[in-house]
Structures are given as structure tokens and as C-alpha cells.
Design a protein around this ligand. Structure first.
Ligand SMILES: NC(=O)c1ccc[n+]([C@@H]2O[C@H](COP(=O)([O-])OP(=O)(O)OC[C@H]3O[C@@H](n4cnc5c(N)ncnc54)[C@H](OP(=O)(O)O)[C@@H]3O)[C@@H](O)[C@H]2O)c1
Length: 297
């Protein structure tokens, strides 16, 4: 793989995605900052990114990509590969939070969050993997969360979407390694982005009338998250490091937070459990994917 990478980022209109795009492009990587509706709701964000690219002569391009739409995902992947000639890194970043006690979340809201935070990743990875396979390499990077490992009551569906993402990204990690394609997970703690302002509220609040003290949980957790949130550039700097880590040396998981919340412990325990599971399966020593994945952890 070339030292300078071609990178596609989803959800690059604001927050982490935008910072990843600017940080990576400023380090010479060719970046496709993708977003929904760059000529409508995100027209200002798209123009600001294009203006920055022009002002600083950065290899930074804006493309339309809505992770909930197959055709939009396929088109963005195709266009970026036509323009850059290859695709080295995909950062699955697009996502949002859904706050409220689980019973107050409607089935439609549950489906919508999974469609973005989980199926969005399925769409993007399925679109890009045939290209990565042809070029015999690439990195799928997944922006999960501490809430992909620890359950926050009143964020049950957000947690479910990130737990699902963690499982999928880990399966890719083992399965794709023999083809030289890596899958890694970044687990940020709370950081100051637009995420908190963009939380969707559970629609069926009448369901929670009888919940008593549990009704205080959403406010408490929201308060904790917003008051402890750090500078998101920390996460962008960490992602830059992962992107610039040589092939074969990248880890499966990166926890980026000043507060561990026990996520590091869960990661370490799960790594041991997985290794024992592969031993039981009898594929610990004679299967390329385990050898390779053990070498990268
Ligand atoms: N900030 C934190 O504390 C924190 C902590 C852990 C994990 N995360 C994760 O980090 C990721 C980025 O969040 P953020 O904190 O940077 O918040 P953000 O500023 O709200 O960014 C979320 C991005 O996702 C995009 N998005 C939403 N639905 C989309 C869709 N269907 N197709 C394409 N893009 C879509 C949004 O685009 P629009 O502008 O079009 O809405 C926006 O660009 C998320 O996956 C989030 O779960 C954040």
C-alpha cells in the first residue's frame, strides 16, 4: 500500500467525519468526504469543505452518499474509485443517537437507527470490498463507541446498533485477513460534536408514565455525556495514526477516551475468549485468518 492513502469517509458534513476528512487531507491523503444532500441540507458544509480544499490545495473532494440508500452508496464508491484509481480506506462514520427508554422507541425508529448505524455499514462495505479484493488490500475502519461495549440505559437502541456494528466489524476482521484486507474498530468516548444536538427522541413517551425513577436516567446520562465531552480532534488524530499504521500492524480495536468505563477490560477479555474459541474450533494454528489476526492484536 502507498504511504498516501485514498480514503472515503461517510457522514463527513460535521463532527468527527468532517475532522477526519480535513486532518487526513492535510496529511496528504486523498479524501472523499461524503455526505447526504450536499446541494440541499448540507450545502453550506459542502461549500466550506470545497473552499478549504481550494485555499489549502488539499486532495479533498465532496461526494453525495446517503448510507441508507444502496444506489447512493454504489454511485459514491464508483465515482471515487474512477477519480482516484483505487480505494485504500473506508471510514464508516455516519451515525446518530436515539435517546429515550427502550419501550418508548417505536418499531419504525428502531428500524431507522439500525438502517443508518448498522445496515449503512453493510451497504458501504459490500460496495467497496470487491475493489479492495482486486487491489489485494484495504482497511475498513468502523466508528463505534464505548456504547458498543457498555450498555447505557435510555440509549438501548443506539447501543444495540453499535454492539451489532462491533460484531460485524470483528467478523470482517477475521474473515478478510487472508485477502490482505483489514477491519478495525474505533471506540470513542464522549466528544463535543453535533451528535448531542442531533439525538432523536423516543416518540412514544406515554409508554414510560409508569417507569418512575427510570425516567430520570435519560437526563442523567445526557448530562454526563455533554459535561464530560472532550475535544474531537483527539479522535481525528487517533484515526490519522490508524490510517498511517503499516498494513499488518493495525489492531482490531482502539478505545479513544479519557474515561475507560471498563471498555479496555471488555476488549481484553473478549480477545482472550475469541482466541480460546478458535482453539476449540481447531483453527488456532492452521488457519491463516487467525494467525494473521493474532499478529495484528
Ligand atoms: N461525539 C461523540 O461523543 C461520539 C462518541 C462515540 C461515537 N460517536 C459516533 O461517531 C460518529 C459521528 O458522530 P459525530 O459525533 O461526529 O456526530 P455528528 O456531528 O452528528 O455527525 C454525524 C454524521 O453522520 C451523518 N449521517 C447521519 N445519517 C446519515 C445517512 N443516512 N447517510 C450519511 N450520513 C449520515 C450526519 O449527516 P447529516 O449532516 O446529513 O445529518 C453527520 O455528518 C457516529 O457514528 C457516532 O455514533 C460519536
Amino acid at each position: 500500500m502507498d504511504a498516501k492513502q485514498v480514503v472515503l469517509i461517510t457522514g463527513a458534513s460535521t463532527g468527527f467525519g468532517r475532522l477526519f476528512a480535513e486532518t487526513l487531507a492535510r496529511h496528504g491523503h486523498t479524501v472523499f468526504a461524503t455526505m447526504r444532500d450536499p446541494t440541499g441540507r448540507n450545502v453550506t458544509n459542502a461549500s466550506e469543505i470545497r473552499a478549504l480544499a481550494k485555499k489549502e490545495s488539499l486532495p479533498l473532494h465532496v461526494l453525495e452518499l446517503d448510507v441508507t440508500k444502496d444506489a447512493s452508496v454504489e454511485q459514491a464508491v464508483r465515482t471515487s474509485i474512477e477519480q482516484a484509481g483505487r480505494m485504500d480506506v473506508v471510514i464508516n462514520n455516519a451515525g446518530y443517537g436515539l435517546i429515550g427508554l427502550a419501550e418508548a422507541v417505536t418499531t419504525e425508529q428502531a428500524q431507522q437507527i439500525m438502517d443508518t448505524n448498522f445496515f449503512g455499514v453493510v451497504r458501504v462495505n459490500r460496495a467497496v470490498l470487491p475493489y479492495m479484493r482486486r487491489q489485494r488490500g484495504g482497511l475498513l475502519l468502523h466508528i463505534s463507541s464505548g456504547a458498543g461495549r457498555v450498555v447505557f440505559p435510555s440509549f438501548g437502541f443506539y447501543c444495540a446498533s453499535k454492539f451489532a456494528l462491533e460484531a460485524l466489524a470483528e467478523a470482517y476482521h477475521y474473515e478478510l485477513a487472508p485477502q490482505g484486507i483489514e477491519s478495525s474498530i474505533v471506540q470513542p468516548g464522549a466528544y463535543q460534536t453535533a451528535v448531542f444536538g442531533n439525538f432523536v427522541k423516543a416518540a412514544d413517551e406515554a409508554r414510560t408514565n409508569t417507569y418512575g425513577v427510570s425516567n430520570q436516567i435519560p437526563g442523567k446520562i445526557n448530562g454526563l455525556l455533554t459535561t464530560t465531552a472532550g475535544n474531537p480532534q483527539e479522535v481525528a488524530d487517533a484515526v490519522l495514526q490508524v490510517v498511517e499504521t503499516p498494513v499488518g500492524q493495525r489492531k482490531l480495536r482502539y478505545r479513544i477516551s479519557s474515561a475507560s468505563l471498563g471498555v479496555d477490560e471488555i476488549n481484553a477479555l473478549s480477545e482472550n475468549v475469541q482466541a480460546r474459541f478458535f482453539e476449540v474450533l481447531g483453527i488456532a494454528t492452521d488457519t491463516a485468518f487467525v494467525q494473521r489476526s493474532a499478529a495484528t492484536n
